[in-house]
Write a protein that binds this ligand. Structure first.
Ligand SMILES: Cc1cc2nc3c(=O)[nH]c(=O)nc-3n(C[C@H](O)[C@H](O)[C@H](O)COP(=O)(O)OP(=O)(O)OC[C@H]3O[C@@H](n4cnc5c(N)ncnc54)[C@H](O)[C@@H]3O)c2cc1C
Length: 310
């Protein structure tokens, strides 16, 4: 189907094992590396016409690929055309394929503050915006000014700040492909920014098991109704707060619990890490077990944060 389009691609590529942080799972039927927006547009338009599924892969830091693999085309924005970094005053534009930490460091060097709070989150710029990645210091959406996206049929358009909504690990960007992102930054002393980046990076390293094969938090922190505020169908929605999924998993006694090669981390119970013998099925079975045990223990249903293909 891709013959004659001039797009570089390979077939039967073990993306699960080689391109995700879990390091488990099956192959992509086709892995395509478009050389720019025009090639990506032609590719997705053809797939759309022929009803071939397309998935876009970032750094694979929030992704579990099932053992049976991914049908259709997986797109990787690893061409230089998608990793550009441009500065215009205090606005920067970053390609979706650019590594997020590289972007954070470039901005620090250029004396532009506004992204230090996402230092240490493994991601591509596109993946980070899709997931609205963030943590204790805020999320990436707070600095986003504009995104350039592509629709399923290959059409390119922009969405501005006033039309964008970022919530907890979600955005209202419905277009399947984020191409580049404009951020609103502030001028600051490069050394101050670098110090802040280091501080946040070290905090993250000290609170999360960064060196294990995981996809970060497996589950979202659930939102629960504050005690004493029962929901009433006719009244306004009751006030809620987010509780730590890690704490709920820990309280359910699951730290160190293992299914096959998948294990709940002792350091952070919301991290599932994989041993070399692990399969994607092991991770899925462990996730199911965690959800059921936490529900039985605390009555709270956990929702997965990790994206699962297909
Ligand atoms: C050790 C570790 C620590 C982590 N800590 C955090 C943390 O503190 N906070 C946090 O929020 N997350 C954290 N994560 C999860 C992960 O870093 C984020 O979810 C990140 O945003 C994933 O980006 P990615 O490029 O790897 O996306 P992928 O995992 O490759 O993909 C995730 C989703 O984004 C989509 N996507 C990727 N690129 C694009 C694009 N260009 N356009 C449209 N959709 C796209 C994919 O199709 C998929 O649906 C952590 C992960 C690890 C492994």
């Amino acid at each position: 189907m891709l013959d004659g389009m001039g797009i570089r691609f390979d077939t039967d590529v073990p993306i699960g094992k080689e391109m995700t942080w879990y390091g488990v799972g099956g192959a992509a039927q086709v892995l395509a590396h478009p050389a720019g927006v025009a090639q990506l547009s032609a590719l997705v338009a053809r797939c759309y016409e022929q009803q071939v599924p397309v998935n876009i892969l970032g750094s694979g830091a929030n992704l579990l690929v099932k053992d049976r693999g991914v049908p259709g085309v997986v797109v990787k924005l690893d061409d230089l055309a998608f990793s550009q970094y441009k500065v215009q005053g205090t606005k920067i534009t970053a390609g979706a394929g650019l590594d997020l930490f590289k972007l954070v460091l470039e901005c620090a060097k250029d004396g532009l503050a506004g992204l230090a709070h996402v230092a240490g989150i493994p991601a591509s710029v596109g993946g980070a915006v899709r997931m609205n990645a963030g943590g204790a210091f805020g999320d990436i959406g707070s600095t986003v000014h504009k995104v350039q996206v592509m629709a399923e049929n290959g059409q390119v358009y922009s969405r501005d700040r006033d039309d964008l909504v970022f919530g907890y690990r979600r955005t209202n960007i419905v277009a399947p492909y984020i191409l580049d992102v404009e951020f609103d930054m502030d001028e600051a002393d490069p050394q101050d920014i670098a110090r802040r980046v280091k501080e946040i990076f070290l905090y993250k390293k000290s609170t999360q098991p960064m060196s294990e094969n995981s996809a970060g938090c497996a589950f979202k922190n659930p939102s629960i109704v504050l005690p004493g505020h029962d929901s009433d169908e006719d009244g306004p929605p009751p006030p809620t707060e987010r509780v730590s999924a890690g704490k709920l998993i820990d309280q359910a006694g699951l730290k160190g619990y293992r299914v096959g090669g998948a294990e709940v981390s002792h350091r952070h119970a919301n991290f599932i890490f994989t041993h070399p013998c692990c399969t994607a099925d092991d991770v899925l079975a462990l996730m199911d077990h965690i959800q059921q045990t936490v529900l039985d223990h605390s009555g709270i249903a956990l929702e997965r944060e990790v994206v699962i293909w297909p």
